[in-house]
Structures are given as C-alpha cells and as structure tokens.
Design a protein. Structure first.
Length: 276
C-alpha cells in the first residue's frame, strides 16, 4: 500500500459531520479537525451566539461549515438540527455527540462544587444531567440515523470519559481549609451509560453501513489551578493532563474510513490514567 493510500483513508472530502457541544472545549476542536480533513461541518450547541462564531471562524478559513442551535433534550430540536444539516449539505455521514454537563473545577468554578455530596445531591439536578448527558445522546442518534439508514452509511461517535470506566478519585477535588468538594454522581453514571448506548447502537445496526463507537478522553487542561493539575497529573502515566488538541487524531480516526472495521468499541485516550 502506497503512503498516499494511507492518508486517503483520513480524507473526509464529500462527507458531512454534525458535532453537538460544538462551542465547548473539545467540540470546537472536533469541528475544526473534521473541517480541516475536508468534511462539511454543522456545529451545533445550545449557545447560539457561540456556535455561530465557531462556524464563522471555520468559514473564514475557507472551510465548509454551518451552525445550528440545539437543545439536545428536546426531540423537536434535535430533529431540526439534523434537518439543518440536510438543507445545508444534502446528507449526514458523521454524528459526534459531545454535548454534556460536566462540573468545572477550574479556579472560577471551584466554590460551586461543594454541594455535590451524594447524600444530599438534588433530584432535580440529577434528572437534568441525565436528560443532557444520556437522553440527549439517545435523541441525537435517533434523529441522525434516519438519513444514515437511507444512505446505508453513517458513523456515530459518542464522547465518554474515564469516569465512565472507573470511579472518580474524590481526593483530587479536596482543598485544605475549604469545604469538601466532589465530582458529582451523575457524571460517572451517565458516562457509563454512554458506553452502553454506543454498544447497543453498534449491535442494533449490525449488517448495515452504520457504525457506532465511543471516544474516552482523559482530563484536558483548561486553566485548572496548580493544586488540581499536579494531583491529576500524578495519577496519569504520562505525568500530565491532555492538551486541548490531543483528541483530534482520535476523532478523525473514528470518523473516517481509517476505522471501517471498528464498531461497538471505546477508544481510550487518557494518558494512561486507566492503565494503573
């Protein structure tokens, strides 16, 4: 096989990708990566102004992009999102489900995480998180598979987390002299559910041209304070948090023809966090 044949497998020309959570930390990266690989990208997010900016930035670089506002908990909204992709580009080949609620432990948000104790965690907050992190993926996939079935071709990529594989190390969130903080229960439970949904979709569409896989990132640095960064890094085999662009190769692999013999799988990119 010639080297050019290898690179061609990663070429996304002529394909259309829809990315939810596209205004988020990784969603922006995923949108740019797929667009740079040649795909027409529909960037979708609840924050309409932010996602319009994402699409505009891609367009300013000569890349194909459109924006869609979406509430992933509303089936009418997810259906309209897919319709936006079809109207803009005529087909839908790739769905990346990156929209999620994820409590932040950077310096600006630490103080708000002291109410995450399991014993008193609010039922309404639990329900909201399940709606976004799990039901949202269900609704997005349900809407996206319709054109994929008609094409007999489609790729679904659900974004998981290491905390969907192992329980969170709550010691990472402790601060001397401060109220105890916790990674809340919903995050591990919903991310574990993401894997279950991914495997269900893979086997449900067995024998068709539709594949479903998960991508599990490790912790990505986003202005976390020094205490958290050092504590987290000490748990990773590579001794650091991920850079924001270090999931891009994995998302392109899963979205492209480089992974055509892969479905129902979970690609873990966690710096060795789960290898201990």
């Amino acid at each position: 096989m010639r080297m050019s044949d290898i690179f061609e497998k990663f070429n996304m020309n002529g394909q259309v990708a829809l990315v939810t959570g596209a205004a988020g930390l990784l969603g922006r990266q995923f949108s740019r990566t797929l667009a740079q690989a040649g795909a027409a990208v529909v960037a979708a997010d609840l924050n309409s102004a932010a996602v319009e900016q994402v699409a505009a930035e891609l367009q300013s670089e000569g890349l194909q992009a459109a924006a869609a506002q979406v509430d992933v908990t509303d089936p009418r909204s997810t259906a309209a999102m897919v319709e936006t992709a079809l109207k803009a580009f005529g087909r839908l080949d790739v769905l990346v489900c990156s929209a999620a609620l994820d409590p932040k432990f950077d310096s600006a948000n630490q103080s708000s995480q002291s109410a995450n104790a399991f014993e008193t965690y609010p039922l309404e907050a639990w329900r909201q998180a399940v709606d976004v992190n799990l039901t949202g993926l269900f609704l997005c996939a349900q809407a996206a598979v319709k054109p994929m079935i008609a094409q007999d071709h489609g790729v679904i990529i659900n974004i998981c987390s290491t905390y969907g594989l192992v329980g969170p190390d709550q010691r990472l969130y402790e601060r001397p002299g401060q109220p105890k903080q916790y990674k809340p229960v919903f995050y591990s439970v919903t991310k574990a559910g993401v894997l279950g949904l991914t495997r269900y979709l893979a086997t449900y569409y067995a024998g068709t041209g539709i594949r479903a896989n998960a991508l599990t990132p490790g912790g990505v640095y986003n202005q976390h304070d020094e205490t958290f960064t050092k504590a987290y890094s000490s748990r990773a085999v590579l001794g650091r948090m991920a850079r924001q662009d270090e999931m891009n190769g994995a998302i392109l692999f899963l979205a492209s023809d480089a992974s055509t013999y892969m479905t129902g799988a979970n690609l873990v990119v966690d710096g060795g966090w789960t290898a201990w």
